[in-house]
Each structure stands twice: as C-alpha cells, then as structure tokens.
Design a protein around this ligand. Structure first.
Ligand SMILES: CC(C)N1CCN(Cc2ccc(Cn3ccc4ccc(-c5n[nH]c(N)c5C#N)cc43)cc2)CC1
Length: 234
C-alpha cells in the first residue's frame, strides 16, 4: 500500500515513522510519501491561497497547485483503483467500514486542506479521474485536514494484514463486526489488587465460559449507557 499526503505542513506526517506504522514501513507493507503542496507553486511567495469568490471570511486554497501535484503524482489517466481521500468538515462521517474498505486499497492520496478549504473544482477534477472520498473525522472543527488524515491513516493501516502483531485483537474491538458493533468490555492486568481496587473475580476464575459471558454483559451495559445508538435490538 502506497500512501501519499499533499499538505502545506508535510512535517505533520513524520510521526508515521514511529511505532506500528513505522514497522509496517520498515517491513515494506506500507510506503509513505508526504509532499509540500508549495512544491507546485511558481511565485516568489509560493502562494497556495486566494480570496473566496463571492466574498466571505478567510481564504480558499487555489486549484492550480493541487492540479499540478495530481499530474506529477498520478498522471492524467483515470484510475478508479486510486483512492483520493479529502478530509473536510462537510464530509461523510469516517467510520470503521470506511477504514475496512480503504485497507484493501493499493494507493491512497490524502489531500489535506487548510484555510477555509480547497477550491471545489479540485474535488470535481479528482472525481472524474479517481475514487474520491470526502470524509469528516467528527462533529468538531479542526484547522486543517492533517490531523484527520493521521487518524484515518492509523484506522486504515492497522487493518492491513501483517501490520498488527496480534490480528485476533481486531475482532474484539469496538465497532468490529465480531463484537456485534458493541463497545469493548473493560480490561485488567496484574496486580489482582491495586490501591484498594480488585480485578473482577470472574476474570481470575479461569472459567472461560463465565469470563466470556461477563465480557458480553459488560459490553452490552457499556454500550447501553454510552452508545444506545449502536444497539440494534432495543
Ligand atoms: C461561514 C464561513 C465563514 N464558515 C467558515 C468555516 N467553515 C467550516 C470550516 C471550518 C474549518 C476549516 C479548516 N479546514 C481546512 C481544511 C480542513 C479539513 C478538515 C477539517 C475538519 N474539521 N473538522 C473535521 N472533522 C475535519 C475533518 N476531517 C477542517 C479543515 C474549514 C472550514 C464553515 C463556513
């Protein structure tokens, strides 16, 4: 899987060389390239923004640098197997299903906007050539697309075979199909008693059936309290 990031802050993506994703890069499972969008500017000030047509606050990102970056990175031939992800506050909510779908992609290009956003013709042009996904990380306002691209990257890449040391842990996570879409149960480790708090006895019983039942009950109760929207049978 090749991941490209178009951004005016490429240093945001230096962190991808750390931890799990770093190992995935070292193992050749993932190939990461961050690009400074100003590479594709030609004026003395390396300008990437301009005033919004129709007036309004703030600045809008000019289309030209994006178009020239697309030309260099992807060429002009349409290829629906290339996925262009555009983080945006107006995007479809990014969910685990999106991460699962994108984890099968061979190529993903993240377009990280700033200011008030990217000239919409960039999205129109990209949509004619590649598979475009306008996605929002959540219902809150960020200053740009980089943080969202990082979060989406981690959610996607951790699902790629060979990236996680223990793929079984994927099945017991919140939002995974195996967990019936419930929130995951509370977890504990040693010591059995810590500052007056004890590990639930059932987890020390060694009775796998009772432990599984307790975990199912904990997941349902937690989901009922925090995310009733995830419960389908109530
Ligand atoms: C009336 C007029 C003055 N309003 C001006 C603010 N507009 C909304 C607005 C707000 C902030 C930004 C900053 N920004 C630039 C690129 C960019 C990409 C992603 C995100 C982003 N924010 N939150 C998420 N979940 C995101 C994701 N994914 C934010 C981005 C861009 C746009 C709404 C209109």
């Amino acid at each position: 899987m090749r991941l490209d990031y178009l951004t005016i802050f490429p240093e945001f993506f230096d962190v991808l060389g750390i931890s799990l994703l770093g190992k995935a890069v070292d193992n050749g499972i993932v190939d990461i390239h961050a690009h400074d969008l100003r590479t594709w500017t030609h004026d003395r000030h390396r300008t990437v923004d301009d005033t919004p047509c129709g007036g309004g606050a703030g600045m809008v990102m000019k289309p030209d640098p994006w178009g020239e970056a697309f030309d260099d990175l992807l060429g002009a031939d349409p290829d629906p197997s290339v996925h262009v992800v555009i983080p945006t506050p107006s995007g479809t909510p990014f969910r685990q299903d999106d991460a699962a779908q994108l984890s099968h992609a061979d190529r993903i290009v993240f377009c990280c906007g700033r200011y008030e956003g990217i000239d919409h013709r960039v999205i129109d042009y990209a949509s004619e050539h590649w598979s475009v996904h306008e996605l929002s990380l959540g219902d809150y306002v960020l200053n740009g697309g980089e943080v969202a691209a990082l979060a989406m990257t981690e959610a996607i890449v951790r699902l790629v075979p060979g990236v996680l040391g223990n793929p079984e842990s994927l099945s017991e996570e919140s939002y995974s199909q195996d967990q019936e879409g419930l929130l995951e149960y509370p977890v504990y480790t040693r010591p059995a008693s810590w500052r007056g708090w004890d590990v639930p006895e059932v987890l020390m019983s060694g009775h796998h059936g009772h432990i599984a039942q307790w975990r199912r009950e904990q997941s349902r109760e937690l989901t009922r309290r925090r995310r009733p929207d995830l419960l389908t049978d109530e």
